[in-house]
Write a protein that binds this ligand. Structure first.
Ligand SMILES: Nc1nc2c(ncn2[C@@H]2O[C@H](COP(=O)(O)OP(=O)(O)OP(=O)(O)O)[C@@H](O)[C@H]2O)c(=O)[nH]1
Length: 334
């Protein structure tokens, strides 16, 4: 029986990993064995540590590039490495700038088609920021195109972070979604807390799953996806994002910046910054924290992480040399 694959898409910081953690927990509660493929734009893996807390979960990570373009050739081998543990379902968490249609297409290649089937594309939206993407990223045509595709290709859209917006904003978001996708289901959530029953429909322990009800069985949906991919490749042979850059800011344990200085540093660069995350130690105690900057908000959590601290930032046209210089000046000033 072919293993159902659930693709999680959505822009940087919208709540995909939060959803993935819920899905993995739910899978375990149902006796369903999950396999996970996580893709990160940066060289370092922040979310993997959190997911690794589910100790016996089968995880593959594809770092330093986007699986829908620069890392596409590695998709099949990474997915095939999940197979020996016989997962009942595979969750693929894409980078925030990935076009999920490309993954749908890759799953129809002969090497994967025999063992896997695309069950569902779920797109998570950040309710606080999604309506601004077109204007904020107007100078990056490819990125705008990719973000539109994330909505158009979705079977299920989760409008997340509803705690940060008013009901009238949610109405506008629903209208905007329906203009682009009139067939998907929509749920409104905080912290990606969604009813799991529909998501697990047809996913059973021990993989003797019925194939019915998946996207692959619905020939028409797949052909729409395939046709739009061909159009996409024709019109956009470039990657799904163009000016998005990732870089690491070194975190010296002997001389770390304070929380306030880090926050000010990022806030001053908010126009070009899309996302930041990392494990950092804070003075004076050296307590490790998981730090996240998403949708222009900063989140801090204490953590049991015991590796070397690091901080990854993602932004538009980042000037690496200049940022590193400013960062080093900041660290020396502490
Ligand atoms: N206020 C608020 N914060 C949320 C909500 N959902 C997630 N967050 C926070 O937003 C940040 C980003 O969430 P993630 O789940 O890591 O987002 P992501 O889409 O996986 O991010 P990338 O992997 O960088 O693309 C984290 O600090 C979450 O705790 C929500 O509903 N409301």
């Amino acid at each position: 029986m072919r293993i159902p694959v659930v693709v999680l898409s959505g822009f940087l910081g919208s709540g995909k990993t939060t959803l993935l953690l819920r899905l993995v927990k739910e899978a375990k509660a149902r006796g369903v064995k999950p396999g996970i493929l996580m893709n990160e734009l940066g060289q370092l893996d922040v979310d993997g540590f959190t997911v690794n807390e589910f100790d016996d979960t089968n995880i593959q990570k594809l770092l330093d590039g986007c699986v829908c373009c620069s890392k596409k050739s590695e998709l099949a081998s990474s997915l095939n490495r999940l197979l020996p543990q016989k997962p009942d379902v595979i969750f693929i968490e894409l980078t925030g700038v990935a076009n999920p249609e490309e993954i749908a297409d890759a799953l129809t290649e002969p090497g994967l088609l025999r063992s896997m089937r695309l069950k569902q594309i779920i797109t998570v939206l950040d309710a606080e920021n999604v309506l601004d993407y077109n204007s904020v990223f107007s100078s990056d045509r490819q990125l705008v195109h990719t973000l539109r595709r994330q909505i158009e290709a979705a079977d299920f859209i989760i409008v997340n972070k509803t705690d940060l917006v008013s009901p009238s904003v949610l109405q506008k978001i629903e209208k905007a979604i329906r203009k682009q996708n009139d067939r998907c289901s929509i749920a409104y959530t905080t912290h990606s807390q969604v009813d799991m029953d529909p998501l697990f429909h047809g996913i059973e322990p021990n993989a003797a799953n019925a194939v019915s009800g998946d996207r692959l069985a619905r020939g028409s949906a797949l052909s729409v996806v395939k046709r739009s991919i061909r159009e996409h490749e024709h019109l956009h042979p470039e990657p799904s994002y163009s000016r998005v850059r990732t870089m690491m800011l070194p975190w010296t344990e002997s001389n770390p910046p304070t929380r306030e200085k880090l926050e000010k540093f990022l806030h001053q660069r908010r126009e070009l910054l899309l996302r930041a995350k990392g494990y950092v130690t804070l003075p004076p105690t050296g307590q490790p924290h998981l730090f996240q900057y998403a949708g222009k908000r900063m989140y801090w959590e204490t953590t049991a992480f015991s590796g070397s601290p690091y901080l990854v930032i993602i932004g538009i046209d980042l000037d690496e040399e200049r940022l590193l210089h400013d960062w080093n000046v900041l660290c020396e000033m502490v």
